[in-house]
Ligand binder design. Structure first.
Ligand SMILES: [Mn+2]
Length: 327
């Protein structure tokens, strides 16, 4: 690699100096989080490190094949680590229980690509230009000249593929394809990964999709699409909260829609919102920020307290303001 950020050298120096590691990821882990956590874990193990991998939440069904060795465990208190590495985690709070259980450490490294990341680590490699944390881990391994084995290639390919919407989102760059190409050369099983991740939805998710298409609403000249997912919709369809990943893309894919928003009932007066933007002029990271959330310019989220109707009004109004300002 010709040139690379200096921070990589600093991170490699810390890794070389230490022995016990804990790699932590965010609550409700996605493909990028899981692939990055495990890909880095395998690489460190190959270097003779003692590695623990913790995530507060259960791995979604479609990503179970990535956790073959059962490396990802539930966090528990009372363990000591030389070095804790957080991957793909936009804030310390989003580590959930994993964050609570890794307080006994010498150093915290934060590797992430969320623009809203407040740089909560002792050492921070936060690169919002990168479409996935998986690509950051790939570059770390390249600079370190550590072997990219087939299992690592599978994990990093899954991470990059899922966070780029299969190499489709606009933040996908030529370097992303180079990384993907090398990972396939190193044995990443494209057919298997795509089958597990994109072609293996449970029937419950298909039922939830039926709900999406019958219940979504359009407003502001069809430039905003929004949808509510209530607890009863999950009970009725047998779907779980994990099954909601990617549902919003069906709203985003409607031609006139610029911003898509999904409201998910967490508790009667607590709503999780997901936002997607199709325009470089509308930054949903900023919209989510108004409600204490964050993410990326094109994809962000927040958790909002209050009645569902009040939340819906506030959020839709904020989206309308952003669209107006974008003119
Ligand atoms: Mn990510």
């Amino acid at each position: 690699m010709k040139s690379y950020p200096k921070i990589i050298d600093r991170i490699l120096e810390i890794i070389r100096e230490n022995k016990t590691f804990c790699i932590v990821g965010h609550i409700r882990p996605d493909g990028d989080c899981i692939g990055s956590q495990l890909g880095l874990a395998l690489a460190l193990k190959n270097e003779g490190k003692k590695v623990t991998v913790w995530n507060q939440d259960t791995i979604p069904l479609k990503y179970k094949f990535l956790n073959l060795d059962g490396l990802i465990e539930k966090p528990h208190p009372g363990k000591k680590f030389d070095c804790v590495i957080a991957t793909d985690c936009a804030s310390y709070e989003r580590l959930g229980k994993a964050g609570d259980c890794v307080k006994d450490r010498k150093i915290l490294i934060n590797i992430d690509h969320h623009a809203s990341n407040p740089r909560y680590g002792d050492v921070n490699w936060v690169s919002p230009r990168e479409p996935s944390t998986g690509e950051l881990i790939y570059r770390l391994l390249k600079v370190a000249r550590w072997p990219i084995t087939k299992p690592i290639a599978d994990l990093l390919f899954a991470a990059i593929s899922t966070d780029t919407g299969s190499f489709q989102y606009p933040n996908t760059r030529s370097g992303t394809f180079h990384a993907g190409a090398e990972l396939v050369t190193r044995g990443a099983d494209l057919a298997k990964i795509c089958d597990e991740v994109y072609q293996s939805y449970p029937v419950s998710r298909a039922k939830l999709l039926k709900h999406v298409y019958s219940k979504f609403r359009l407003t502001d000249n069809d430039r905003i699409a929004w949808l509510w997912l209530k607890k009863k919709d999950f009970t009725r369809t047998g779907a779980e909260s994990d099954d909601t990943e990617g549902l919003i893309d069906h709203l985003r894919a409607i031609k006139p829609v610029i911003v898509a928003c999904v409201f998910e009932e967490v508790e009667p007066e607590l709503t999780r919102i997901s936002l997607r933007s199709k325009s470089a002029l509308v930054n949903v990271n900023e919209i989510a920020g108004q409600f204490g959330g964050g993410g990326h310019p094109a994809a962000a989220g927040a958790r909002i307290s209050g009645t569902p109707l009040a939340t819906q009004r506030k959020v839709v109004a904020a989206i309308k303001r952003a669209l107006k300002a974008a003119k």
